[in-house]
Design a binder for this molecule. Structure first.
Ligand code: SF4
Ligand code: SF4
Length: 463
């Protein structure tokens, strides 16, 4: 495993002071990447041609001709978006007590819950805000999140019915309450559904995802997956921890066998101490993650059916078409407070759900203040102003715009401040190396959704 230090221009490959392109070794037998970090422009060149390519030629000419356009696109993506989504927490309560949850235990045990009138009032206010700046033909997104949002099922289903033509809705649930009626309601209203499962067997999955009395919920989640069979709008999140890393390849086999259309293999966000207890080592996470991705590829070749690992697909897209990325953790500033925000049960607004357990990041309240004012509050500006350029090590990192140095909540709570890195530098580095190797080998499309590039334009293609 390479990368014991942040990915600076690769040692062993001479860097030309005159060339904006910096070499980045991708551990490929024949090719190396050349990257212009500020614009995220890159090329893959044969190692034998590295020196001449850095000195001049088509790649450098193309970069110079388009540098301003690329810089303007990156500036737009990083600094000029307006929120188009909200993570809506209708309840603080949860019927599970997962080891790595970022919501404090006292909230999950007996916190507040919105009633139907409050959910409808919140949706009306959110609708007014989004309509003030989004085009008519683009629907803002509301993702019911938690804690466990289906504990407030009556209220959120009323909201989905009343506002179904004004928002795109999603629900992120632990799946224990996804009975036949709930599945039928959500699928018939076209609601995106995210579930969570951490292992291919009860023995593994129940290590981290349990009820308060210690009982596991594996069987419930698998029943929900079976009920959702054939519905394209769902995915399953597997959180990678020390408890399930050896089973990650089995996990993707399990998902593929059950025809899950997409999954996420997420790292634990280490904002609260509980998550740090099960947080895997970067190199172990990277090794298990890449092995699992390779297994999804074999399964695709064997069956013709893809299991897209959405968080990795996002890294690939960040490289191939930076402005087309869908998830906003791996860009700096991250999406928290700028492309979306989070609504807590009492109406308080946070840049991201990850901050809900950290009161100093409360920027204001939906029911008492205009949203624009909250977005410009000091707590929001702390997050929206966190840039890789200000973080030591990231400021000179070649892949800083493919990684983004997530997560500000971890940096603040675990590492001592916004100018620190988050938790998984080497893991991100290895993901980017692997993604560039796939591109070098022409295998990358096999890891992406069919039609992922619809609506994008080719700005640059050489060789
Ligand atoms: S990096 Fe952290 S704060 Fe930012 S969007 Fe991701 S989880 Fe939220
Ligand atoms: S956290 Fe990301 S941007 Fe920062 S040095 Fe590591 S790989 Fe680079």
């Amino acid at each position: 495993m390479t990368g014991l230090v942040p990915p600076q221009p690769s040692e062993g490959f001479e860097r030309s002071p005159l060339s904006p392109l910096q070499p980045f070794d991708i551990d490929h037998p024949t090719h190396i990447a050349l990257i212009e970090p500020d614009t995220a422009f890159w090329g893959l060149v044969h190692k034998d041609r590295l020196v001449e390519t850095m000195a001049g030629g088509e790649l450098l000419d193309t970069y110079r001709a388009k540098a301003q356009v690329f810089a303007a696109e990156m500036d737009m993506l990083r600094f000029h978006l307006k929120p188009s989504a909200v993570y809506f927490n209708p309840t603080e309560r949860c019927n599970l007590n997962c080891s790595y949850c970022y919501i404090p235990e006292q909230m999950r045990r007996g916190g507040d819950q919105m009633d139907k009138a409050t959910v409808l009032d919140a949706l009306e206010r959110l609708h007014g805000y989004f309509r003030s700046h989004m085009p008519e033909d683009r629907l803002p997104q509301v993702i019911f999140h938690g804690a466990e949002p289906l504990l407030a099922r009556q209220a959120i289903f009323a909201g989905i019915e009343a506002y179904g033509d004004r928002f795109r809705f999603g629900v992120q649930t632990n799946a224990t309450l996804l009975d036949e009626d709930a599945v039928s309601f959500l699928t018939s209203h076209g609601v995106g559904i995210g579930l969570s499962l951490d292992g291919p067997t009860p023995e593994v999955s129940d290590r981290t995802r349990r009820r308060w009395n210690g009982d596991g919920v594996f069987d419930h989640v698998v029943r929900a997956i079976d009920r959702l069979d054939g519905y394209p709008g769902y995915n399953v999140i597997c959180t990678m921890t020390t408890q399930n890393l050896p089973y990650l390849t089995d996990m993707v086999e399990f998902f593929h066998a059950r025809r899950v259309p997409a999954c996420m293999l997420n790292v634990t966000r280490c904002t609260l101490p509980g998550a740090r207890m099960v947080n895997g080592d970067d190199d172990d996470v990277a090794t298990a993650f890449i092995a699992a991705l390779e297994r999804t590829h074999q399964l695709y070749l064997e069956t013709g059916r893809k299991l897209v690992v959405a968080n990795f697909a996002n890294i690939l897209i960040a490289i191939l078409a930076p402005t087309a990325r869908r998830l906003m953790c791996d860009i700096s500033p991250c999406g928290g407070g700028r492309s979306f925000f989070a609504l807590a049960t009492n109406g308080d607004l946070f840049p991201c759900s990850e901050f809900i357990g950290v009161p100093e990041f409360n920027g204001g309240n939906l029911f008492t203040q205009p949203i624009e004012e909250v977005l410009d509050s000091a707590p929001f500006r702390l997050v929206t102003g966190r840039k890789v350029e200000d973080i030591e090590g990231c400021d000179t990192c070649v892949i800083r715009h493919f990684c983004g140095s997530p997560c500000p909540a971890e940096a603040h709570e675990m590492n001592g401040g916004m100018k620190q890195k988050g938790a998984f530098c080497r893991f991100y580095e290895e993901q980017v190396r692997y993604a560039l190797r796939l591109i070098a080998d022409g295998r990358h499309e096999d890891f992406l959704w069919d039609g992922w590039d619809a609506g994008t334009e080719v700005a640059c293609a050489i060789g």
